[in-house]
Design a protein around this ligand. Sequence first.
Ligand code: OSB
Ligand code: MG
Length: 374
Amino acid sequence: MTTLRHIRLREIRLPLKESFRISSGVISDRRILLLELTDVNGVSTWSECVAGESPNYTPETIDTAWMAITQWVAPRVLGKEFAQPGDIHVALDKDFRGHNMAKAGVEMGMWGLAATAAGLPLGKFIGGTRTSIPTGISLGIEKTPAALVDKARAAVKQGYRKVKIKIMPGSDVEFVRAAREELGPSAPLMADANNAYTLDDIDRLAQLDTLDLMMIEQPLAWDDIVRHAELQKRLETPVCLDESITSLDRAIDMHTLGSGRIINIKPGRVGGFGPSIAIHDFCEQHGIPVWCGGMFESGIGRAYNVALASLSNFTKPGDVSPSARYWARDIVTPEWTMDATGMVKVPLDRPGLGVDVDVDRVDQLTTRSAELGL
Ligand code: OSB
Ligand code: MG
């Protein structure tokens, strides 16, 4: 039973160690939306809304999410009693389309609160069984293949179990081939196009098919399911969908049409843990492996991703890199770390998120805040 009394929204600014280019834009200073949720018993926890600054990944941004949470999400949940965190979707989804990241910020906070109140680590609370998560790195688009190869070599040396190379037309086959040649036939490589291609590029994509990739992520349009099915028929490499999977129904569509063979689950993109677990369970029943994607979360969002990835069908390495990959200093203690074999530990030694938020530092980084509820 959880009843929310109060939500404090904050925006913080946290500079990435190095800027990151994907086919649809560049990210450098992250503007991050944090939520602090308090229930009627005074139990509180933090969560994160993963919307970015511009609508180049999904239609949402940090500014639309701020508005959506303030005007529509919070009023539907504050002061209302929910037997389970997943029940909040009944309130959130009635006559309220989209805004999945805004909904997820609050929905995931409810799971965090419920786990804290139950005295269980979040991963355990949702039924996770893994004690550590195999981890991959996502490498941005570099100016030259040589620059990419340097980064890929360093990543493999650090122990990463998957090296994801961002691609776009003009920075694709030559880059991925250079990494394959340098790192050898067994290196766990994949590519992520963030929607940079169309079916007219089939010849280019067929060249990637010769490079023994673990998967090719979201090559076609961000909301496409149908054309990916046509593409998957013509590629041996598994297609992995990211942007297109916004709900359980889209995962079912992918399976029905053969639009891909792997799903990258990002809880923010699908509206939170409830839909993430439903997609996970569906995929498990149908032999579709999943992995947890990343959105350059702070250590707070990362706690949720690590907990989610402890579910049994998260069999591929997740984009859950350690804090030091992104930030000079994270906003949680301890920071997230990865061991030399590419594993991130699931914190199972205490209730809730498993990390403490450095509130003084968050205060210093805060650029705006709002109080919702009593
Ligand atoms: O497509 O997976 C993506 C970051 C922002 C937007 C989209 C994506 C990404 C990443 C980053 O690949 C993964 C990470 O957080 O390490
Ligand atoms: Mg992606």
